[in-house]
Write a protein that binds this ligand. Structure first.
Ligand SMILES: Nc1nc2c(ncn2[C@@H]2O[C@H](COP(=O)(O)OP(=O)(O)OP(=O)(O)O)[C@@H](O)[C@H]2O)c(=O)[nH]1
Ligand SMILES: [Mg+2]
Length: 393
């Protein structure tokens, strides 16, 4: 098994296009080989420029990606494109347009393209995107371009995968620039005003400059504003130059990607509350976070609301029964941090190691919310905090 995986990884690293395509499917479908393969590829990644391109629907992102890829190919460099639609908002027309554009690159082995409409949670998409980006990076692609639609929290999460994020705006957005500034403006390393052949490019540029003047970045980078007409390829060389400049002078730590080498990552922080609705008054209403998932886990007698926070999430827990674990916790300790959940690459191996070392496990591994296997470790063993270990992805 291990040898087979190592052989596939070696082919991918050597640039075998068919091995790459097959591996992308394995990773997207999260078959059992996926994790082993990613661990094998991890050490080969880190060279690519991973570029996120985001912006409102119809801003011309796909057209721009296409033009950018042409510029990249003219320089003799290779590219991988991941088109992500977290909201499954893709219209038939958009898919068709993307297909036609993709066909233009179909015969070019220097361009790898995958589209992903989401089936599951945003967290799942962010993970799949991170994994595919790592695959393309390890496969030696010079540029990995991730196109995402929208202006919300989902994109911020996916942006955590990229080295840098390009935010595509268009003339005539007016007050919309103000409206989207909250999350997404913060993550933009380069601004593009596409459709600069339309009226109103100056006005959008002025608004972006206004917002930029309000903050200083800790990395000292001043996000440039590049005007493009993607349909004609105008301004695209300039955009590529800005991307390369950013890569040279500033770079963001990819702290939100689960480290493929260690396989450990914070999954969530569980907070016990008397009322999820009341707590959301703060987390959603005042702080501006967004719930991605709500569910009731009946055998735990608890209601859950998940709030994505980078890769990890905050998980609000409200008991449906005072006799439940969370109910008793609230009665004795009051509201507060209930547990920290860490993903581990191999739960059985972890459990075996911990048992041998005499750690106090509170349950046998079992299947919980989202179909994941988990085990709890008593605070006496962990430095005073209840620790949940969750298997894999
Ligand atoms: N006039 C003009 N039209 C453009 C430009 N760039 C893109 N378009 C057009 O705008 C429309 C939308 O372009 P797409 O590239 O599909 O936009 P998108 O942002 O990828 O759209 P979604 O993925 O559906 O959100 C298409 O009809 C493009 O031909 C531009 O610079 N100028
Ligand atoms: Mg598109």
């Amino acid at each position: 098994m291990h040898d087979a995986v190592a052989q596939i990884a070696a082919k991918i690293v050597a640039g075998d296009a068919r091995a790459l395509a097959r591996a992308a499917t394995v990773i997207e479908n999260r078959t059992p080989e996926a994790d082993a393969l990613l661990r094998e590829l991890g050490p080969h990644a880190g060279r690519a420029t991973v570029l996120g391109i985001t912006g409102p629907p119809g801003a011309g992102k796909s057209t721009l990606v296409d033009a950018l890829v042409r510029a990249i190919r003219r320089e003799g460099k290779t590219a991988g494109i991941l088109a992500v639609d977290p909201s499954s908002r893709i219209s038939g027309g958009a898919i068709l347009g993307d297909r036609i554009r993709m066909q233009a690159h179909h015969a070019d082995p220097g361009v790898f393209i995958r589209s992903m409409a989401t089936r599951g949670s945003v967290g799942g998409v962010a993970r799949a995107t991170a994994d595919l980006a790592l695959l393309l990076d390890a496969a030696g692609r010079d540029y990995v371009i991730i196109e995402t639609v929208g202006v919300g929290q989902d994109e911020v999460e996916i942006a955590g995968v990229a080295d840098l994020t390009v935010l595509v705006l268009v003339p005539g957005m007016g007050d919309d620039v103000q409206a989207i500034k909250a999350g997404i403006m913060e993550i933009a390393d380069i601004f593009v005003i596409n459709k600069a052949d339309h009226q109103g490019a100056e006005r959008v540029e002025g608004e972006i400059q206004g917002l930029l003047s309000l903050r200083n970045r800790s990395d000292g980078w001043t996000p440039p504003i590049v005007r493009t007409v993607a349909t004609e390829g105008a301004g695209v060389e300039e955009l590529l130059a800005a991307v390369n400049e950013y890569r040279k002078t500033a770079s963001r730590t990819k702290s939100q990607i689960p480290n493929p080498k260690s396989g450990f990552a914070i999954d969530h922080l569980g907070i016990a509350v008397k009322s999820i609705e009341a707590a959301l008054g703060f987390y959603e209403g005042q702080l501006g976070m967004q719930v991605s998932l709500r569910e009731t886990v009946s055998h735990e007698k608890v209601k859950v609301a998940m709030l994505p926070a980078g890769g990890p999430r905050i998980e609000l827990l409200e008991p449906t029964d005072p006799e439940s674990v969370i109910g008793k916790f609230l009665a004795t300790r009051g509201e507060g941090l209930h547990h920290v959940a860490v993903r581990v690459p191999d739960l059985n191996a972890a459990v075996e190691r911990l048992r041998k070392a005499g750690a106090r496990l509170l349950n046998e591994p079992q299947t919980g919310a989202g179909g994941h296997r988990y085990v709890f470790v008593h605070p006496a063993s962990t430095g005073g905090v209840l620790l949940e270990l969750i298997e894999g992805s």
